[in-house]
Design a protein around this ligand. Structure first.
Ligand SMILES: [Zn+2]
Length: 162
């Protein structure tokens, strides 16, 4: 636990909640960690689904409601990326007051996933998809910043909803 909070959760208009830096965050800093037991999607209440962090093709962690992990928004031009199975890291220096974001596609393994994006990044994709549906340009951009399970073939060959 840090003694001085570095992040805070605030309302951000139509997007609901967002995570903001209270101080400058140096590039490379671990900023958010997803704790807790991983579960199968159907063992997780539906109202939590928009906030899950995926750790395997069939396993998700649900952050505590209102926590940093619960509240962080997507951007197609993010300042955070995935490191290891359960951590988000600052991929550039983040200024005091800036909103923290990561690209949800670097954590989504279900190819049925689709979410409209209006993040405002200059090269916003317009639709957030699974990692598998990103074109190579984006995969190169996020090399080393993707959930590790996404780089392996699915463990379970039968079709699943998640
Ligand atoms: Zn976008």
């Amino acid at each position: 636990m840090r003694s001085t909070p570095v992040l805070t959760v605030r309302k951000v208009g139509a997007k609901g909640l967002g995570v903001f830096a209270l101080t400058e965050v140096p590039k490379g800093s671990g900023v958010i960690r997803y704790y807790g037991k991983s579960r199968w999607i159907w063992d997780i209440p539906r109202w939590e689904w928009d906030h899950l962090f995926q750790v395997e093709y069939d396993r998700y962690v649900s952050p505590r409601a209102g926590s940093y992990g619960w509240s962080i928004n997507h951007s197609c031009g993010p300042n955070c990326g995935v490191r290891g199975e359960r951590e988000l890291v600052a991929i550039r220096a983040i200024s005091k007051g800036e909103e923290l974001t990561f690209d949800y596609s670097t954590n989504v393994g279900w190819d049925g996933f689709q979410m409209v994006c209006a993040c405002g990044a200059p090269d916003c994709r317009g639709v957030i998809t699974s990692y598998g549906k990103l074109d190579d340009r984006w995969k190169v951009r996020y090399e080393g910043l993707v959930s590790p399970f996404l780089l392996k073939p699915p463990r379970n060959p039968r079709p699943t909803l998640f």
